[in-house]
Ligand binder design. Structure first.
Ligand code: GCV
Length: 719
């Protein structure tokens, strides 16, 4: 058998095994099963009869492999690369540099402005034949175009008459892994870290390539391999060789590696007596370290740094500023084209001001003092990845500095890998928030895509929810959050409902009623979680440590890690007064938001208790008093969680039994724990309101002491 025929036979065998094997979720959204609608299949088979990649490079070979596997699977027939494009239905992909069909099409004008990663997908004619051209300025653009074209087939969209032009709005679209070198994952709920440091660089697990493929398919082009609570060991030579092995594997998929830099590394890994950013020996150490890294990894992306926060070392240990610290690393990386992502997640229990204000206080005075290759990485909200927060007031407040958002894909405060919570609506809510920094329309999206303040260095980070479990994310729906993050990083203006539909069709089924039901469930899920966990602007009332269940009573230990710090319940009311009469956090927002958030009568109810301490008998829009409304919202969350479980039952025949059963089990657990949230929080807040539960709501099952004593022995994550 010729080599090529053998390869195709292998692919087909793999595909049929995939059909027969249990649905374990490992194929993510890149399943490429044969299109099951016969009419659609016939149409696609007619429109796509062969493919060619013009040119040769590792990236183009990755694209070719994807086209071959994808088209063979989706069209249900072996699809090796064709010899020529001179027949109807050819798909031709490449750059004008290859001097082939793409070059002959004279696309220079259309390709202008699409940059290094954009692409065109057009239905056109070549030598009197109908073909589809996937054209780009670079091989990476071709790869992204190929994935887009396959997505059209996977989601049952039209593949004739195409005139698609796409380029990313954000330059660096990056995952942050909070993975430790011992393979535990901070806030990880999907098994151990993917990075088998003990086997690297010699043994390369097949999952590394699968990981890179999945990321490339959604446009992710960077990954920070290590935890922001960093270990300097990763900067030692032996670990850098391991990192280089991963970088080599990821490169053909357009992915660069980045590392977290522990600020005290010159002391811990370099034997210096100080890590003072202005000390000449420290400056030389980082410069030499950067040179060493780039010798091993020529396209190394740069460093992500958490400094002077939650016990991490930083420039302030030496009386220096965050700008001094960031610029030290930026100068070391600059000659190689590397960047620094410096986190604004800083707060200190010894600073008497509201935690929500501290990052702004710290960073705004430093605006304009960071090097060109520094981005300030800002969490979506001012506290910490809560089910709902207002957008972070730093967005728009530092026009002279490149800002990037950090979203959490892993569900630290949103039910770990137990709860179905589709996070795209949360990301979208933040991206669409209008900061009013330069008048109306100054959305967070316009701040971070660089258009508002003319920055060309742009980025968006997501804290990964990926581990070494078979289905990558623990909860099968966790995959949707990874997927949605990538899609939104490419285009922050995409809508979460449309992204959900794509993902469902690629991951579960194209059956229209099932797609509609699952889409509805996903779109409702974030609001449902807000209701049963932290309605009306409550926040950070999770159980100490694991953050999974309720813990509104947590009142000991570091003050800004307690719940009472945030809800401030007393006999008069509940909520954090952040008006000028309180902490004045509202003052960090631009007008008219100060007035919107700052006046009780104006404040959107979903953020009420974030910004105000509100009397228990405050009349709400529903006509209920605050206390009753709070009980009602908690209860509505539980009812809706029950509805999610029921709705899932309705898609039973449309989903494979393995994943159907797995999700059904998780939804039952979610409902159970939503009740726990409702009962625990209602009972706890009742000790302050002193009011009865509304008569039409089911009373809590146990007393408050029972909930306080409850331990969670069936949840994932580091204990
Ligand atoms: C990586 C929260 C989490 C920590 C996390 C921190 C951060 O505090 O609970 O686990 O540390 O955020 O984002 O740095």
């Amino acid at each position: 058998m010729k080599k090529r025929t053998l390869r195709i036979a292998l692919i087909m065998a793999t595909l049929s095994v995939a059909v027969l094997r249990a649905e374990d979720g490992s194929r993510l959204w890149l399943r490429y099963d044969r299109i099951d609608n016969p009419l659609l299949l016939a149409g696609c088979q007619k429109s796509v009869t062969g493919w060619i990649i013009e040119g040769d490079s590792p990236v183009l070979r990755a694209a070719a492999g994807e086209l071959e596997i994808g088209l063979s699977g989706l069209l249900g027939r072996a699809m090796p690369e064709a010899r020529s494009a001179r027949r109807h239905g050819s798909v031709v992909a490449g750059t004008p540099a290859a001097a082939g069909v793409i070059a002959s099409m004279g696309l220079a004008k259309e390709l202008a402005g699409l940059g290094e990663e954009g692409y065109l997908i057009i239905s056109t004619r070549f030598k009197r034949k109908n073909i589809t051209a996937i054209a780009a300025n670079s091989d990476r653009g071709v790869l992204y175009g190929v994935f887009h074209f396959l997505r059209l087939l996977q989601t049952g969209q039209e593949i004739t008459g195409l005139a698609i032009k796409s380029a990313p709005e954000i330059r660096i679209r990056i995952l942050n892994h909070w993975d430790n070198l011992d393979r535990t994952v901070e806030r990880g709920y999907a098994g151990r870290s993917l990075w088998a440091w003990e086997d690297l660089p010699g043994r390369l697990h097949p999952r590394y390539t699968e990981y890179a493929r999945a990321n490339a398919s959604i446009g992710i082009n960077g990954t920070v391999l290590t935890n922001v609570n960093a270990n300097a060991q990763v900067l030692t030579e032996s670990y850098l060789r391991k990192v280089a092995a991963l970088a080599d594997l990821f490169r053909p998929w357009g992915i660069r590696v980045y590392l977290t830099a522990r600020f005290s590394a010159p002391v811990e890994a370099g034997g210096l007596s100080t890590a003072d950013p202005l000390d000449p020996a420290v400056i030389a150490w980082w410069r030499d370290k950067a040179d060493e890294i780039y010798r091993l990894i020529p396209d190394f992306g740069g460093f992500l740094v958490k400094a002077n926060s939650e016990g991490q070392p930083g420039p302030q240990n030496y009386g220096r500023s965050h700008a001094d610290g960031a610029n030290l690393l930026a100068d070391a990386l600059a000659p190689h084209g590397g960047i620094v992502m410096w986190r604004a997640f800083v707060y200190d229990n010894n600073v008497p001001d509201d935690r929500a204000k501290q990052a702004w206080n710290e960073f705004v005075p430093l605006d304009g003092r960071f090097r060109e290759n520094v981005l300030i990485q800002v969490k979506n909200g001012p506290i910490d990845f809560q089910p709902r927060e207002p957008f972070h007031p730093l967005f728009g407040a530092m026009p002279g500095t490149a800002m990037m958002p950090e979203f959490q894909i892993t569900q630290e405060y949103l039910g770990a890998s137990v709860h179905l919570v589709y996070l795209a609506p949360l990301y979208e809510e933040c991206l669409r928030s209008d900061t009013h920094a330069s008048g109306p329309g100054s959305t967070v999206a316009r701040v971070i895509d660089g258009t508002l303040h003319a920055h060309s260095l742009t980025a968006m980070a997501g804290v990964a929810n990926i581990g070494d479990v078979c289905n990558w994310t623990g909860h099968p729906f966790g995959q949707a959050n990874w997927y949605a993050f990538g899609r939104l990083a490419w285009d922050p203006d995409l809508g979460s409902a449309a992204i959900a539909e794509e993902w469902i069709r690629m991951t579960f089924t194209g059956d229209a009623p099932a797609v509609a039901t699952i889409g509805k469930m996903m779109m409702a899920s974030r609001e449902i979680a807000v209701d049963y966990m932290t309605p009306l602007g409550l926040h950070h009332i999770m159980y100490y440590g694991h953050h999974y269940g309720p813990g509104p009573w947590v009142d000991s230990g570091r003050a800004d890690w307690t719940s009472v710090y945030y809800h401030r319940a007393d006999s008069l009311g509940v909520g954090f007064d952040r008006t000028p009469a309180g902490s004045d956090a509202v003052g960090q927002y631009f007008p008219p938001l100060r007035e919107l958030y700052g006046r009780l009568e104006n404040c959107p109810e979903e953020l009420l208790l974030w910004f105000h301490h509100v009397p228990w008998d405050h009349p709400m829009k529903s006509g209920r008093l605050l206390w009753d409304e709070l009980c009602f919202r908690y209860d509505a969350g539980v009812q809706s969680a029950a509805r999610l479980r029921e709705e899932w039952e309705g898609v039973k025949g449309s989903i494979d039994p393995e994943r159907f059963t797995e999700v059904a089990g998780l939804l039952a657990k979610q409902e159970r724990d939503a009740r726990l949230w409702r009962d625990a929080c209602s009972l706890y807040f009742q000790t302050f309101s002193g009011r009865p539960f509304p008569a039409d709501l089911a009373p809590p099952q146990h007393d408050l002491e029972w909930y306080k004593a409850h331990t969670y022995d069936d949840i994932p994550g580091i204990k």
